[in-house]
Design a binder for this molecule. Structure first.
Ligand code: HEC
Ligand code: HEC
Length: 323
């Protein structure tokens, strides 16, 4: 909570310690902007990140605007409206796009990257690149990235790396971790805590705590559906309020709980086999075919992943570039 207040007042704070301490983490505050077109657009962009489900998702009043298919908001994963260090921040990403995207083996703009999350993380469809909503989100991300150097990744981008376990993750133990640490908020059935109609109308959000699986969650092509990506996020940010500096879960427990979540049903994305036309760039934890290397499918889901990475690094993988 303290941190949220500090962000809100846009005070420069050195949250980092140790290896990640070189930069202090400052995020400009949209509420300091005047009520002109720019200020309004930046704040509209923030609203779209926080209240995605009611503005461009399933609860949008205009059916034509229901681009996102899940009940999640961008903020469900990009914490604190994308301002949280190591909580998949959107602050700082302006300067690193256009960027090379391995999944498609092409150079993509920030708008394209947002649409990747629209289709996968939000299980929906692309937002037109010239729509007022896309303009607002881009303007917001540009604003909260102020002061970042073009081409330089912000310290605290994404989530911090964790050591990869030497043995497969254990979904049975993960179920115990889930019951003990996650179910209090995300529900024993993983479906989160849905707000009632009045609360949703007031907050513009569908959930107090978002669902981790099931029809209203991210689909199986999402980054969060990959074990290493999800374990890093969970280790640095969950239970909610945790920061990367003081993780609550042991790394092994984070991998186990993510493995348990991975055994549960979620929406399916069509045409996943066409992902990553350049196989050498397919992430080792992408647990859908065609698989990289001669490893059993379960090893992509549960690990250990280091042998797969070593196999790729040894250059044995046939590099096929389609387009
Ligand atoms: C279910 C979780 C989830 C939701 C919801 C989500 N994202 Fe993401 N997003 C991710 C993950 C995980 C990544 C990290 C990249 C990866 O491995 O796919 C990411 C990456 C990104 C990036 C690139 C960040 C970087 O550092 O390169 C942008 C930009 C982005 N998302 C924007 C959005 C926007 C805008 C929305 C809402 C319209 C959204 N995302 C919704 C999980 C999510
Ligand atoms: C104190 C409540 C709380 C606890 C406990 C908690 N979470 Fe969360 N979790 C949240 C909130 C709140 C969000 C979304 C943030 C937002 O919407 O502002 C979230 C988001 C997530 C997300 C990304 C969004 C989604 O729907 O998938 C994942 C994954 C996640 N939590 C996993 C876990 C796991 C695993 C645990 C247990 C180790 C856990 N959480 C414990 C409150 C909690």
């Amino acid at each position: 909570m303290r941190k949220r207040l500090l962000f809100a007042s846009a005070i420069a704070i050195g949250l980092s310690t140790g290896a990640r301490a070189e930069t202090s983490w400052t995020v400009p505050d949209p509420d300091t902007l005047p009520g002109d077109t720019f200020g309004r657009t930046v704040r509209q962009g923030r609203d779209l990140i926080v209240r995605t489900s009611s503005l461009i998702g399933p609860d949008a009043t205009d059916p034509a605007k229901r681009y996102a298919g899940s009940g999640l908001d961008c903020q469900s994963c990009h914490l604190n409206a994308g301002t949280q260090q190591s909580g998949l921040p959107l602050a700082g990403v302006w300067g690193v796009f256009p960027a090379y995207i391995a999944r498609e083996n092409t150079v993509r703009t920030l708008a394209d990257r947002i649409n990747g999350c629209m289709k996968r993380s939000l299980n929906g469809r692309s937002l037109p690149v010239d729509s007022p909503e896309m303009t607002a989100m881009l303007t917001y991300i540009r604003f909260i990235s102020a002061g970042e150097q073009v081409g330089k990744s912000l310290d605290g981008r994404g989530t911090p790396p964790v050591p990869l376990p030497a043995k497969p993750a254990d979904p049975v133990h993960g179920q115990q971790v889930f019951a003990a640490t996650c179910a209090v908020c995300h529900g024993a059935d993983g479906q989160g805590q849905r707000l009632d109609a009045a609360e949703t109308k007031q907050s513009g959000r569908r959930y107090r705590f978002p669902p981790l699986w099931g029809p209203d969650s991210f689909n199986d092509g999402a980054g969060m559906a990959r074990a290493i990506t999800a374990a890093r996020f969970v280790h640095a940010n969950m239970p909610f309020g945790t920061t990367f500096e003081t993780p609550v879960l042991a790394v092994g427990d984070a991998f186990d709980v993510v493995a348990y979540i991975g055994t549960q049903p979620r929406p399916h994305m069509d045409n996943l086999e066409a992902d990553f036309p350049d196989r050498a760039r397919k992430p080792v934890d992408a647990a859908y075919p065609p698989y990289v290397g001669p490893f059993p499918p379960d090893q992509h889901r549960l690990g250990p992943w280091s042998p797969i990475q070593a196999w790729i690094d040894s250059g044995k993988v046939a590099v096929k570039t389609v387009n």
